[in-house]
Design a protein around this ligand. Structure first.
Ligand code: MG
Length: 235
């Protein structure tokens, strides 16, 4: 068998490093939208980090809003729609190895991008990084629908004319979340690669669908593994 025919990338905390600058700024904006007093925001930010570390499958906004669904939704929307033009350009940077793995995989495979969040915010990130031309298809899905939204996008990718010749095992989904990036891909029989990076690194596999075929700390490490395997893939 040869290298995967289709490589499906996630964006946030996979190709784009959001945990460094974007997430802290967006989380602060979310706390303000939820009506938190200025002197409480740092405490709430620490609480948010602690919730994600100890209970990574929690609805973090609902926990912080103490069950007030309307307040939680205000926070979630403010978080997802952070105006990225307000960040200094150096704050939006590729994750280590992102440009290298895009170049390397593009020479071998068709690439697809599946990202969840606010549509215009996600498209602005893609435009800022200038990565549109790498991809055969780009899908922005609603994050409130979680794994289901990504699942629908993955199914669409499998049904593209460009995918008609490929077996399920010739697709690989690369992402930082085992629940939304890996499980729905594995459900289709695809291979999966877990980039264990960022604030969802504590979200560990809880069922067989979430267990990755490749587990790495960075895209650089994944590229090293794929480069080493290339010989055996060809024979
Ligand atoms: Mg992600």
């Amino acid at each position: 068998m040869s290298f995967f025919r289709h490589v499906i990338f996630d964006l946030d905390d996979t190709l784009l490093d959001t945990s460094g600058s974007l997430i802290p700024a967006a989380a602060r904006r979310a706390m303000e939208a939820m009506g938190a007093p200025a002197d409480k925001i740092n405490t709430l930010l620490s609480q948010r980090t602690e919730i994600l570390r100890t209970n990574p499958r929690a609805n973090v906004w609902l926990d912080l809003a103490k069950g007030d669904t309307e307040m939680a939704e205000r926070g979630r929307r403010a978080f997802l729609t952070f105006p990225i033009e307000k960040l200094p350009p150096e704050a939006l940077r590729f994750a280590p190895g992102a440009e290298e793995i895009l170049q390397w995989t593009r020479e071998r495979s068709k690439l697809h991008l599946v990202t969840s969040g606010d549509r215009s915010t996600q498209l602005a990130k893609i435009a800022f990084l200038k990565i549109e031309s790498y991809f055969e298809s780009i899908h922005v899905v609603e994050s409130a629908h979680g794994a289901r939204a990504k699942s629908e996008a993955f199914t669409q990718i499998g049904e593209l004319p460009a995918s008609s010749e490929a077996a399920a095992s010739e697709f690989v989904s690369v992402g930082n979340r085992v629940d939304t990036d890996l499980a729905p891909a594995k459900m289709l029989g695809w291979k999966t690669a877990w980039i264990r990076y960022g604030e969802h690194a504590s979200l560990t596999p809880q069922n067989s669908l979430e267990i990755p075929d490749f587990e790495v700390a960075s895209l650089s490490d994944l590229l090293s593994i794929w480069r080493q395997r290339e010989h055996s893939w060809k024979v």
